[in-house]
Ligand binder design. Structure first.
Ligand SMILES: Cc1ncc(COP(=O)(O)O)c(C=O)c1O
Length: 398
C-alpha cells in the first residue's frame, strides 16, 4: 500500500463527470453544519412532503412483504397497478389509456431517462423552460441530446409562451418538455397554452408529478390534448412517498417495446412490494391526499400573504406543487450568495434560483412543505433580514 488512491490518474467518463451538482445541497449541508453547532434553522429549501406516508399504503406494503411479494415483477410492472393507473387517468381526466402503455419505474426520475434515451439521438434537441426542474437538462445531455432552453418570465408564471416554443421548434426537435404544476414556479400551465403546444407536431413530455397538488383544481393532463404525449407521474409528492421510489410513464404504444428493453436492462423491474403499496395509494387514499392538499393550501396562503406584506409576492399567483419562486434581483443578483447570506444571518434555508437555470438567477425558491409555525417564523426572520439590509421596498406593516 502506498497511501495513494489506486489508479490515481485513470480517467473518469467525461460524460458522467460533466453532470452538474445540485447547488441546493451546498446550502443544505451548510444548514446542517450550523444545526450541529446548535443553531436553529428553518428549512424552506427541500422539495419534499413533510407528511408521513398514509397508513393504508404502509399496511399494504407490510401485507405484501408478509405475502412473499419479494420477487421480480413483469418488467413493465404489475398488471394490477397498471390497471389502477389507467383507471385513475380515466376517472380524473377522461382519457382512455391501456395498461400496456404504462411502465412502472423506481420513481419518475428513471422514467425521464427512459423517455429521453428513446426519443433522442446524438445532437437532437429537447425544448424546456428556463428556469426548469434542475435535473431535466442532465437527463437530455446524458442521452447525448441538446437541451434547447426557452426563457420564461415571472409575468407568465414561468410557463411557456406558445409562440416562443413554436419559434424554437426545428428539424432536430424531438420533444417539448412541460411541467405543470411546476418546479420551481409552483404554477399551472394554462389549458390554451397546453393545447397550442400539443398542436406543434412534436411529442409532449409532460411531467405531471405535482398533479393533485393544484389548489384551484385546474391542472390538465397533456393526454387530454394529444395522444402524442409521454406522461410521467408518480407517488413521491401527492402520496408523500419520496423514499419509496415508485413512479411511472405513459407512452404511445409504438415506443413501449424500446423503453421496456431499456427498463429490463437497467432496472429489471420496479420493487415488487412497493408496487402493491402503490395500488393502495391510488385506491384507498383519496381522503388522505385531500387532507394533505388542504393543509398545503393553508400554508401556501400564509407564505404568499407574508411575502405580499414584504412586497415580494410573484405577479402570477402560484397555485400548485409547494413552491414560491421569488424575485430578489433588487437585493442581490447572485442567488447563491444571497441564499447563503440569508442562511447565515436569518437562519432560513432556501434554494438559489441559479439551480434551476441561468434565467432563474436572482430568484429564490421557498418550499411550503413545512408547518405553519415554521413558515411564519421563517417569513418573520426573512423580513427582519431584509429590513436590516434596507431592502424592504414596497413592504407593508405586518
Ligand atoms: C418536477 C419534478 N419532476 C420529477 C421529480 C422526481 O421525482 P421522483 O421522486 O418521482 O423521482 C421531482 C422531484 O423533486 C420534481 O420536482
Amino acid at each position: 500500500m502506498t497511501g495513494k488512491e489506486p489508479f490515481d490518474n485513470f480517467p473518469i467518463s467525461s460524460k458522467a463527470d460533466a453532470v452538474k451538482p445540485f447547488i441546493v445541497m451546498d446550502v443544505m449541508e451548510q444548514a446542517q453544519d450550523m444545526e450541529r453547532r446548535g443553531e436553529h434553522i428553518i428549512h424552506l429549501e427541500v422539495g419534499e412532503p413533510d407528511f408521513d406516508t398514509p397508513a393504508p399504503v404502509v399496511e399494504a406494503a407490510i401485507r405484501a412483504l408478509r405475502d412473499g411479494r419479494t420477487h421480480y415483477t413483469h418488467s413493465m410492472g404489475l398488471l394490477e397497478l397498471r390497471y389502477a393507473i389507467a383507471e385513475h387517468y380515466l376517472d380524473k381526466y377522461g382519457v382512455d389509456i391501456s395498461p400496456d402503455q404504462i411502465i412502472i419505474s423506481n420513481g419518475t426520475s428513471p422514467a425521464l431517462g427512459m423517455i429521453f434515451n428513446t426519443l433522442v439521438s446524438p445532437g437532437d434537441e429537447v425544448i424546456m423552460t428556463d428556469p426548469h426542474y434542475a435535473c431535466y437538462p442532465n437527463f437530455v445531455l446524458f442521452a447525448d441530446g441538446v437541451p434547447r432552453f426557452v426563457p420564461v418570465s415571472e409575468q407568465l408564471g414561468f410557463q411557456y409562451d406558445a409562440d416562443a416554443v413554436a419559434e424554437a421548434v426545428n428539424p432536430r426537435t424531438r420533444a417539448i418538455l412541460c411541467n405543470s404544476p411546476s418546479n420551481p414556479g409552483g404554477t399551472v400551465i394554462p389549458s390554451p397554452t397546453l393545447e397550442k403546444l400539443a398542436g406543434l407536431g412534436v411529442p409532449l413530455v409532460s411531467d405531471e408529478i405535482y398533479h393533485g397538488l393544484d389548489y384551484n383544481g385546474n391542472a390538465h393532463s397533456a393526454l387530454e390534448f394529444t395522444d402524442n404525449a409521454f406522461v410521467i407521474n408518480g407517488f413521491s409528492k401527492l402520496y408523500a412517498m419520496t423514499g419509496w421510489r415508485v413512479g411511472y410513464l405513459i407512452a404511445p404504444k409504438r415506443y413501449i417495446r424500446t423503453m421496456q428493453k431499456l427498463h429490463q436492462n437497467f432496472s429489471i423491474s420496479a420493487n415488487a412490494f412497493v408496487q402493491w403499496a402503490a395500488i393502495s395509494a391510488l385506491r384507498e387514499c383519496a381522503e388522505h391526499t385531500a387532507k394533505m392538499a388542504s393543509i398545503y393550501n393553508e400554508r401556501r396562503v400564509a407564505m404568499l400573504s407574508a411575502l405580499d406584506r414584504m412586497g415580494l409576492k410573484p405577479p402570477v399567483e402560484p397555485t400548485g406543487a409547494f413552491y414560491v419562486f421569488v424575485n430578489f434581483r433588487h437585493v442581490d443578483g447572485d442567488s447563491l450568495r444571497l441564499a447563503l447570506d440569508i442562511l447565515e444571518k436569518a437562519r432560513v434555508a432556501c434554494t438559489p434560483g441559479i439551480d434551476f437555470g441561468a434565467n432563474g438567477e436572482g430568484f429564490i425558491r421557498f418550499c411550503y412543505a413545512n408547518s405553519l409555525d415554521n413558515i411564519e417564523e421563517g417569513m418573520r426572520r426573512l423580513r427582519a433580514y431584509l429590513e436590516q439590509r434596507g431592502a424592504l421596498h414596497g413592504a407593508r406593516d405586518l
